[in-house]
Design a protein around this ligand. Structure first.
Ligand SMILES: C[S@@+](CC[C@H](N)C(=O)[O-])C[C@H]1O[C@@H](n2cnc3c(N)ncnc32)[C@H](O)[C@@H]1O
Length: 327
């Protein structure tokens, strides 16, 4: 059964209101709202609380905004959160700042793993016993898409599964600049630099997962839905007013995330891409070696943006000319 983001937030507004003081304390103590706008804390909490999964898989944690909100809700619905990320900012930066907010029982619900790459992470043992799984996909790249679509999702047979993807905008409901902004066309090697966006159907994103997820949904005759559409079409004016009264700036109809559900009865008809862990690891190794080669041959600036790279080279030339030593 598909969950409506709008109905989830409306039906659970009192619960969400009760979370507000803790979300506010988290933001104040951690000192960061970057990566997840304030109202999205409530949108994610609403989805998790409405769905009541027994397992939440978070791909991409960084400083842990979504990690906090999912683990908070997990305490009410008796769920476990497995969070995978290639940095340890959560444990080394955020957790020490918010330690007074969370006790050992809270932390027991969260398995925050510091990994080299999702690709290498085996999840069978955790996914197979789960009945309802919420996947929060907030890390980019085609390899991550292969991990989700080709490795995690085929394990969801017989389960309810919802996949929520951050950073995808439904252009029918949110304003997106139509111009290219004088940028080259979007390509994976310039993704995530915040300038070029790719458009597929009604959606726009900086990231690869839009292409992979749209392709997956199209092949499987499934709809890639947007929370933007849900918030802007499924709530009456009175309900929107009630949400503002209840959550104040914790409610906003801007979402910029998309989602799909796996159809449990028809799971056997679904098509999944192959997942070749060894090939992907080799691919990474090749890229690393290749980049190292480029770097050795050209200059030592590992900067993908051509403009920033040129500025760095220019500054280095100035430093060389004036005899400034590199530390
Ligand atoms: C946008 S941030 C996550 C933000 C987080 N969900 C929040 O709400 O604060 C994405 C994170 O995923 C990590 N990441 C990207 N690709 C990865 C991969 N292949 N394996 C592990 N972590 C990855 C990035 O380093 C980054 O820290």
């Amino acid at each position: 059964m598909s969950i409506s983001p709008a109905r989830a937030i409306y039906q659970n507004k009192d619960f969400l209101k009760s979370l507000k003081p803790r979300i506010d304390s988290f933001i104040k103590l951690s000192g960061r709202v970057h990566d997840l706008p304030y109202h999205q804390f409530f949108q994610l909490a609403a989805i998790a609380y409405e769905m009541k999964p027994d397992l939440i898989v978070e791909l991409g944690r960084a400083y842990g905004n979504s990690t906090f909100v999912f683990t908070e809700v997990a305490g009410y619905i008796n769920a476990k959160v497995i969070s995978l990320c290639d940095n340890n900012f959560w444990a080394t930066i955020t957790l020490p700042k918010i330690r007074e907010l969370v006790n050992d029982e809270w932390l027991k619900r969260l398995d925050a793993r510091f990994v080299n790459n999702f690709l290498e992470v085996e999840m069978k043992t955790e996914i197979l016993p789960a009945k309802k799984v919420l996947v929060f996909w907030d890390a980019h790249g085609f390899q991550t898409a292969e991990y989700v679509l080709g490795y995690l999702l085929p394990m969801m047979k017989g389960k309810e599964c919802m996949v929520v993807m951050h950073d995808i905008t439904d252009m029918r409901y949110q304003y997106v600049d139509d111009s290219y902004r004088q940028q080259r066309i979007w390509r994976p090697d310039s993704a995530n630099e915040g300038l070029s966006m790719v458009r597929v159907g009604n959606f726009s994103s900086f990231n690869e997962q839009l292409i992979a997820a749209f392709d997956f949904c199209s092949r499987n005759k499934m709809e890639l839905r947007s929370a933007d559409q849900s918030f802007l079409t499924e709530l009456s004016e009175i309900e929107v007013q009630e949400l503002w009264d209840c959550l104040n700036d914790g409610f906003n109809t801007e979402a910029h995330w998309a989602y799909f559900n796996l159809d449990k009865p028809n799971f056997w008809k679904l098509h999944f891409p192959a997942f070749d862990r060894r090939a992907a690891v080799e691919e990474n190794k090749f890229k690393r070696d290749y980049l190292k080669g480029v770097r050795d041959k050209q200059d030592e600036f590992m900067i993908r943006s051509e403009r920033v790279r040129r500025i760095a080279i220019y500054l280095q030339q100035l430093a060389d000319r004036f005899g400034l030593e590199k530390k």
